[in-house]
Each structure stands twice: as C-alpha cells, then as structure tokens.
Design a protein around this ligand. Structure first.
Ligand code: 1PR
Length: 604
C-alpha cells in the first residue's frame, strides 16, 4: 500500500504522530501503542474542537439527514477530504451509504480504508451507522463476497426471504441490549429505525464486540461497542428522540444519556403509522397540502378551489412531534410538472429534513424528462435531486406502471425437452421468463441507492366482475358485492393521478415492480381515498400476500379501528392516512394507543 500523502489540513493544535498500518489486529489499541515494523509513517495534527465532529461522506449517497441531526444537536461538522482528515479527527461519524462493494472500492482507492483501520486500531472515538457498521466486518455477500475492513470477525449476509420474511427489514424494531454501552444509555425499551437488506450475524468470534442484538427472522447484530469504537445498524438520525439521544451520547463525551423510560417495552418490529401530505400549488400559486375525495382535490362548492389544509413543512413538523413513524410528501401534479423546476417543492424537503427526524418519502414526477430547452434529465437525476434535498426514500407512481407493463411484455418462452426418453418419454417443461433491461427508472435508482430507497406508489381503481375468468388479471372474491351483485373484483392501475387507466392489475404490478427493484409498495385505492370508511382490506390482503417487500396500506382511514383492522386482517407493514390527520379528527397518538390496546406492536 502507498502511504497517504502528508496532511495538508490546517488543523488545530495538539499534533500527534500516527502510523498507517500494513496489517490489522482485531482489537482497538490505545493510541500510545506503536505498530510493529512494516508500518508507513504519517504525521497528522489532531483537531481539538470539542463541538465539531468529523464526518466521513465518501459521496455515494445522501447523508444529509445525519448532517441535519448533528447540527440540530448543536455540533459543527468537518468533512473528511483525505485519509489524513480521518486520522486527525477527534470524533468520527461514518454513515455508510450505498452498496458494500462500491463503498469498499472507494475507501480502498482513496486510501481511506487504511486510515479507518488505523483510526480504529488507535481506539479513537468512532461511530459507524448502517453500512458503516457492516464495513467493519471481514466480508459481505452483497454483490460478492467482498472483503470489508476486517476489524470484526464475521460475514454480512442477506436476510432470507425464502420463508416469507419481508425484505428489506424496514421499520422500527426493538434492541436487546447485551452490554453496558454508554452509547445506548436511555435507549432500552425503545424502538429504533432500521432499513437494510443485509445484516451481520452474532458468533463466538465476534461476541465481545456486540452491544445489542435485534430479532428479525434471526437475531442479528444491531450495534457493537468496544472501547471508543461504536457502530449501529439502525439509523439514529431517523429514530426520533431516541435516536437523537443516542447520537448525543456519542457527540458529547459526558452526555448523561438519560431518557424517559418507555411507556411500553419494545419487543419486535413495530407496525408503522405514516402521515401523508399530498402537495400541489393552489390557484394563487402557493404550495399547499391538499386532500382529495377519490383523488378530486377541488372543493365541491361553486369556487372549485384546490382544498388548502395547511403548509407542508408546518404539518410535517407537527406530525413528527405527534409521533408519526414516517412522513410522505406526494407532489400530486408531478406527472405534469417537471420536479427539478419545482424549486418550492425541493425547498419544502430541505426545510422538513432539518426538523423531522423520522424517514421522509417524496414522490411525484420521477421519470425521464426533456425540458423546454431540450435538456434531457434521467429519472435517476430527478431522484438524486430529491435525495440531496433530504428525502430518505423516493416514490414512483406513473413511471413504475409503464416500466412494469414493458417488463411483462418481454416474456420469453423457454421449452425444456427430456433428454432421457426412456424415463420421461414426452417430458417437456415450458417456462416464461421476463427480461430486465436495467434501463427503467426503478432499476436504475434502486441500483444506485438500494431497493430500500425506492417505493412504488400504486393508484388502483376497483373493477367488479362476475367471475375470475372474465379478465386476465388476478381477482379477489370481494367482501361486499358490486352494484350488480358481482362477487369478484380486480384492481386496475392508473397513471397521472388516476386520470388514465392502464391494462395492468395491482397484483401484477406489485409482483413486477418487486422484480424490478422496488423495496416497498405504497398501496392506495382511488375508491376509498378520502371516504373514511376504512382501508380496502381485500386489496391490501391480495397485494401484501403476493410480495415479500413491505406494503403500506393507504386510503380510507376514518377511525382508529381501521388501523387495527388492516393489521389484523392483512400482512401490511404500515398504514398511511391523510385526511383524518389534516382535519384533526383523529390524532396520531390516539391511533397508536388504540393499536397498543389491540395488541399491535407500535412505537409510542
Ligand atoms: O405518477 O410518479 O408523478 O406520482 C404522483 C403521485 O401523486 C402518486 O403517488 C399518486 O398516488 C399521487 N397523486 C396523484 N394525484 C393525486 C390526487 O389525489 N389527485 N394523491 C395523488 C394520491 C393518495 C394517498 C392519500 C391516501 C390517504 N394520494 O396518498 O394520501 O389516499 O388519504 P385518506 O387517508 O384521506 O383517505 P407520479
């Protein structure tokens, strides 16, 4: 290895001479210990500003939320620009983003991998987040095997969805604290927010490192702690108050870590309650939160104005404080407008992400686009701008429908003939495979940002039929018969905010987009939207039984009982509502308390 160049950084006083190692032990050592022969010398100056933390952002994705949380807690940020900056840090936060292999490529090629190993070896204050925990291990099977930093023994593996486990593991889960770690003080009994498809498994070889485990299918390592080296698989910057207090425990060395005891001890993955804000410009050109009745957002009075239910950032902050587990913004005229030209919407995201410390999803208009000047923007560029502006997940509506239709049309028929005519004289197997082009927005965005960052929003309308044979789409036997006594229905997908119907069902769409890389489904229902009569249980059950990614039930919530019903009768991972929260008819806390009483695990 070439030693990194001499530090150029003009750091504060307190110079320390460090060495970059050529080999690495398994336990961090005190900084007074010197490495053996074979180490290349590197002199750097350690920074000494107690209110500044060094952030390792290697440019692979959005770490805006981590920045916002650190600033919210009153700390400044110094960015790592070279390996020397790592070695000079007083306190280093490493929020790993993107895929394991590409992260290691960047760290290796910039010399930062060695600097990180050295920093950890010297037992300097370190906090890895999500991939920042996984990279500490020997290797990962994500697009691999790929070697990691090799600090902790073990292999990072994918969650196994073959037995019906929903992957990615998205949501608020409970930590089982196994070791007295200052970082986790105050977190006992609380839920924290996870979003990942790969996990590190506990073993005899890494037992000493583990400070908490979490259960999802199997037990996996949710945090490690050894001396000053800490890392968490969950996202403290998105875990509300609990997460902020964990971050504070790390940032202020003498933080007391005191947090109110949980009202009810967290024990497993919680069902999520999501507040949704449909956003558009009203007739005066102001960006407002609106709400439709079956997607019609104009008042039924003579004025026909777009309903104005409040300001997007104010409402989002309110819902965060009230206990929403996530907040979604849908730019509902995004199919018409070009989102990158919609600067107010991007500004909404900027401001909301400074105040809301739970996940933010943004949708509307994510598609390839050529503007009036002939400049072409790919859907990936549009999504990237949303991520840079503070989104944790993006949601694709219309474009996902077109992508799924195109994908299903690629069906290639393959025939297998028997080679052993004596045993299987007429044996022929026919298989139909769809072909992925890799070019759809879904595939491109999920490849760069990961499946967990890509939600597909489905806007179906119920179509009653007499028999399943009447249509080439999956039907359900409906709980309430249709207007002419029909016993079945299929759910026809629409685009452009329900304006155009497409020849594809919600079931077929959900399965196709899962194949194409969606990590979650936001399942609306135009018939139920704004009606307050409850979620469409038949639809939610059909789709949530069909896929292994999380499904968010949406449209129709009118009372707390509708939430317990959808969780009792379907496999939905989350339930979303809009109107009842905007009109202050039902507070989020009332929903949570009702769910607790109904025996549903939620984050309270
Ligand atoms: O197609 O990629 O540009 O995305 C457009 C996005 O905007 C889609 O996610 C689509 O669902 C949404 N959208 C478009 N038009 C409307 C509309 O209402 N006219 N809103 C619209 C969809 C539905 C839900 C709503 C729930 C809960 N909103 O998100 O919030 O139905 O409501 P409720 O609790 O009051 O019943 P693209």
């Amino acid at each position: 290895m070439q030693p990194p160049p001499q530090s150029q950084g003009a750091m504060a006083t307190g110079a320390a001479t460090l060495t970059v190692p050529c080999s690495m032990g398994r336990r961090p050592k005190r900084s007074s210990q010197r490495r053996g022969s074979g180490s290349a010398s590197l002199s750097v100056r350690a920074s000494s500003d107690a209110n500044t933390v060094t952030l390792l952002d290697y440019g692979a994705g959005n770490v805006r939320s981590v920045r916002n949380a650190i600033r919210h807690l009153g700390f400044g940020i110094r960015d790592v620009r070279s390996p020397e900056d790592i070695l000079a840090a007083d306190r280093l936060v490493f929020p790993g983003v993107g895929a394991f292999g590409s992260a290691m490529d960047v760290l290796n090629s910039t010399g930062m991998a060695d600097a990180l190993r050295e920093y950890i070896q010297r037992d300097r204050p370190f906090l890895g987040i999500c991939l920042g925990l996984q990279l500490l291990f020997d290797s990962s099977e994500e697009n691999g095997p790929v070697s990691g930093l090799g600090v902790i023994p073990g292999v990072v593996r994918r969650f196994d969805s073959s037995k019906g486990l929903i992957v990615p593991h998205i949501g608020w889960n409970a930590l089982e604290i196994t070791k007295d770690a200052q970082l986790l003080q105050g977190a006992d009994g609380h839920h924290v927010y996870f979003v990942h498809s790969y996990h590190a498994l506990p073993s005899d070889a890494n037992r000493d490192w583990i400070s908490s485990i979490c259960n999802y299918g199997d037990s996996f390592i949710s945090s490690i702690s050894m001396g000053n080296i800490q890392a968490v698989q969950f996202h403290p910057e998105k875990s509300g108050d609990t997460g902020l207090s964990i971050l504070k425990n790390f940032l202020s060395a003498n933080s007391s870590g005191v947090k109110a005891p949980a009202r009810r001890k967290a024990s497993k993955l919680a069902k999520r309650v999501i507040a949704c804000l449909d956003v558009r410009s009203n007739d005066n050109g102001d960006l407002v939160v609106t709400k439709g009745d079956q997607y019609d957002v104009r008042d039924h009075t003579s004025s026909k104005e777009v309903r104005n239910l409040g300001k997007p950032v104010d409402l989002a902050s309110e819902y965060y404080i009230d206990g929403a587990d996530e907040v979604s913004f849908l730019n509902i005229t995004g199919f018409r407008d070009f989102p990158l030209g919609d600067l107010p919407m991007l500004e909404v995201l900027h401001c909301a992400s400074e105040k809301v410390f739970v996940p933010l999803t943004v949708g509307g208009g994510i598609r390839d686009f050529t503007d009036a000047n002939g400049r072409y923007y790919s859907s990936l560029e549009v999504a990237s701008e949303y991520f840079r502006s503070g989104a944790d997940k993006i949601s694709i509506g219309s474009d996902a429908v077109y992508a799924a239709e195109a994908f299903l049309q690629t069906g290639v028929c393959i025939l297998f003939f028997s080679l052993n005519v004596q045993l299987f004289p007429h044996y022929i197997v026919i298989s139909v495979y769809q072909v992925k082009t890799g070019k759809s927005s879904l595939e491109q965005i999920s490849r760069v940002y990961g499946n967990q960052a890509v939600v597909v929003s489905i806007d179906p309308r119920r179509v009653y039929v007499n028999s399943p044979e009447d249509v080439p789409f999956k039907t359900v036997k409906v709980s309430s018969k249709g207007p002419s006594g029909e016993e079945y229905a299929w759910y026809q997908c629409t685009v452009s905010g329900g304006r155009d119907s497409r020849p594809i069902g919600a079931y077929e769409l959900a399965k196709a987009v899962e194949e194409l890389g969606a990590g979650e489904i936001l399942l609306n229902c135009i018939d139920c939207d704004g009606q307050g009569c409850g979620f469409d249980i038949d639809l939610v059950k059909m789709v949530s039984d069909a896929v292994t990614i999380p499904v968010i039930a949406s449209s129709g919530a009118g009372a707390v009982e509708h939430f317990s019903e959808v969780f009792a009768k379907t496999n939905a991972s989350a339930a979303l509502a809009a109107g009842i929260f905007h009109r202050k008819e039902v507070p989020i806390l009332a929903v949570k308390e009702h769910l607790v009483d109904a025996g549903v695990e939620v984050r309270v």
